[in-house]
Design a protein around this ligand. Structure first.
Ligand SMILES: *Cc1c(COP(=O)(O)O)cnc(C)c1O
Length: 359
């Protein structure tokens, strides 16, 4: 069985040596030494400051909304993982969609202005599949209307933009370290707080709003990462060069074989790539489903990322229709892509795609 991804499990002995340390110290959670070490090492590796590790990528978004005091309406993308939208709704915010570009799959800055109202407090775009949004255009709109910007950066681990970390854009950028992601801590995530003055507040928001032994400063939650998760992250981070190298190989094998047969995402040329996903777009939904079925029959499971388009979710009540997002969602598949994908398995995937799509 070949799935869209496979969790990278680092050397077991190394992981156990961290577990031994945890047993010796007895410190298992609450901003322990391994969480602090991972924060420092990730800041260093990614070239960012003010990284705050949390329990998952969804709660990273929710903390960002509270930190930036969002209210009312938030302009966001209909083409993302459901958490981008659901985190807004569950925090009492109204998602207002702006449609995506049909080639970039990212929110189209040209469609943001017309949905901004006097209720709008922020823009929440996703850098879809690691492809950078048009951050300059989004920043200009935000400045013009005095809006906050929070990037859902769940897919952008290690992505550079004009030579610097893409995470440096937005008031806050978030990451997900879920087991299915390029870099993981089993479950986990992070906020990169680009405004130095908000870091301290973010630290107590992730810990119930507690800012001292006898003091509760604000409405917080429990968003802490624990030491066992940080230990996994430290081990995976040691392997990151190898992970990226293997992913790149798989990526270019697909790209060279499938060029002309399917459409690819158009890359933002200012941004580097991390090979986190390999999306292909077919001519029609019927062809897409036919290909999915052919692959499934061979026990190969690509995923319909992202499907459905989030403007169709049942708890979205404002009846906006996002035709580009719905169209792409209906015709896209993400192919299996992970470091341990065997060459002969990948060749089998490619030949099934060729057989199904070539007429
Ligand atoms: C994975 C993902 C999330 C959620 O992250 P979790 O760590 O699973 O909570 C949010 N947004 C996007 C775009 C994602 O892919």
């Amino acid at each position: 069985m070949i799935n869209v991804t496979k969790t990278w499990l680092p050397d077991k002995k190394k992981y156990i040596s961290y577990i031994d340390k945890i047993y010796e110290s007895g410190w298992v959670t609450n901003n322990g030494p391994l969480v602090k070490e991972l924060e420092r090492r990730l800041e260093d590796y990614l070239g960012v400051k003010n990284m705050i590790l949390v329990a998952n990528g969804t709660i990273a978004l929710e903390i960002a909304y509270r930190l930036l005091k969002l209210e009312g309406e938030v302009v966001t993308t209909p083409f993302s993982f459901v958490a981008t939208t659901s985190s807004l709704v569950s925090n009492g915010l109204q998602p207002i969609f702006a449609d995506i570009g049909s080639r970039s799959f990212n929110i189209d800055p040209g469609k943001i202005g017309s949905v901004i109202s006097d209720q709008t407090s922020a823009i929440v775009p996703t850098h879809v599949f690691g492809n950078a949004c048009d951050v300059e255009a989004i920043n200009n709109i935000a400045r013009q209307y005095n809006l906050k910007v929070i990037y859902d950066g769940a897919h952008i681990f290690g992505v550079r933009y004009q030579g610097e970390s893409l995470l440096k854009h937005g008031d806050v950028s978030t990451l997900s370290f879920h087991a299915t992601k390029l870099f993981h801590t089993v479950e986990g995530g992070a906020l990169i707080v680009n405004d130095d003055s908000l870091v301290e507040e973010a630290r107590f928001l992730i810990n119930f709003g507690i800012d001292g032994p006898d003091s509760i400063k604000a409405l917080g939650t429990n968003a802490k990462m624990n030491e066992l998760e940080a230990a996994m992250g430290l081990c995976v981070l040691d392997d990151i060069d190898l992970i990226l190298e293997k992913r790149e190989e798989v990526h270019y094998r697909y790209q060279n074989a499938l060029e002309g047969l399917v459409d690819f995402q158009e890359q933002n040329l200012q941004s580097s790539r991390n090979f986190s996903y390999f999306p292909i777009v077919m001519k029609s939904e019927a062809k897409t489903l036919e290909l999915q079925k052919a692959l499934n029959e061979a026990k190969i499971y690509p995923r319909r990322y992202f499907y459905p388009s989030l403007d169709t979710v049942n708890y979205i009540s404002n009846h906006q229709v996002m035709p580009v997002s719905r169209d792409i969602a209906s015709r896209i598949l993400c192919l299996p892509l992970y470091p341990g994908l065997e060459l002969q398995d990948q060749e089998r995937i490619i030949s099934l795609i060729e057989k199904t799509l070539k007429v």
